[in-house]
Design a protein around this ligand. Sequence first.
Ligand code: AHR
Length: 501
Amino acid sequence: MPRAHIELDRRAVIGPVRRRTFGSFVEHLGRCVYTGLYEPDHPTANPDGFRMDVVELVRELGSTTVRYPGGNFVSGFRWEDSVGPRASRPVRRDLSWHSLESNQVGLDEFAKWLKLTDSELMLAVNVATRGILPALDLLEYANHPSGTALSDLRIANGTPEPHDVRMWCLGNEMDGPWQTGFMTAEDYGKLAARTAAAMKAADKDLELVVCGSSGSGMPTFGDWERTVLEHSYDHVDYVSCHAYYQVHDGDLGSFLASATDMDYFIDTVLATADHVGHKKRSSKKINISFDEWNVWYLKEHQESEEVNEEWRHAPRQLEDQYTVADAVVVGNLLMTLLKRSDRVTSASLAQLVNVIAPIMTEPGGPAWRQTTFYPFSITSRLASGEVIRPVIDAPAYLTARHGEASVIDAVATADEDRAAVFLVNRDLSEPARVTIDVRSLALSRIVEAVTLADSDPYARNTLAQQLRVTPAANTSAALADGVLSIELPPVSWTAISLGRG
Ligand code: AHR
């Protein structure tokens, strides 16, 4: 059985556990909003039409900020269509997902849903096909208290208090040829700078996210970040990163090491951002908003029957069913985001309901947890205080896609009264025995030890078998003389929480 040892030094603090690390993403795409969050005829719907069974699951998931309303959707969106009396809201074509948008849910309705789930809004503006003035209008509608045309319109529409949105995305994936209104880095960098400067003239405390490249595999990657930031550095606060992973050609070993790629991605973007900052002799640091990350079987969707010429409202799109291995990768990606909490200060799991999501629903039927739900919700619940850098001594294995990777990965968090250790075992067939020196945490009791694993790494939860995969207590966990020991099954994700005696 492979063995690993981990040293934890309470003084080796990476940064705070940031609640915004546990953000998610709601796009007007497929059934994320319609029959996902919003289904007025559903037996659990509240008077505003929101499914309360989904609200309960979102609360259990522990997501914090929610990026909205896209995604690719935002680049064809006129925000004015989705406010005011519902009967007069137009139906529009959404070119990015080739579907119809009824506009029955817009900013004011979504803000009510956010209150139900205790979430913070991260709002995206359409800079791709609209420009500066509509962005300023949306800002006025959303945030200005009263006494102007658009703030008074919001009040007349039934929302007296401003939404006070702090985080704003300046468009989405603007280098992607799939993006309506895609641009060169030069064009986007200049437009983003002008839009950001105008928005900050209205409110200097806004937190603005400029689009990084749509992915590290893009030919634009690297140069895009440099050029865009050369134009916009002084006006923005974050650069975005997006990354999706999947099993390629059955290579589970590489897939399980996806977190090493995310780490490398973060390094590269920070190096580029800091390079621009140094060139500008700026004392300001641009942080990362990792505002789309997940497992996504994109290739399979592109080749599926979902792609057709019909204009449908809320069709089933991107409804991935996640496996145990997918959940281990999601848990591991979240560990990486925690490990980079010094500079990755916001993140969004893409997405929240039905569309590549931890929560699934049936119209008129139940809502259930995918496998990926569990590592996210447990990490969100247990991580507190500060992130501690672990020193991991474990065997390594060679992957085809990501080079050498450690069989065991881990991260820890701690505050004064409790600590948590999150671990993955990437070995495909062998359990691993792990010891962790936790003396410096000065905590003497295992409060909880749970593992997500299955004899079938491809097991998943479905409508027919909603609880096929659930986390189980790991009874091998023991704590003696400041050393925690535990056995991790192959292809598994584990959380251990420690407390005072
Ligand atoms: O999350 C699904 C899509 O992935 C988003 O709309 C887009 O930004 C990305 O390509």
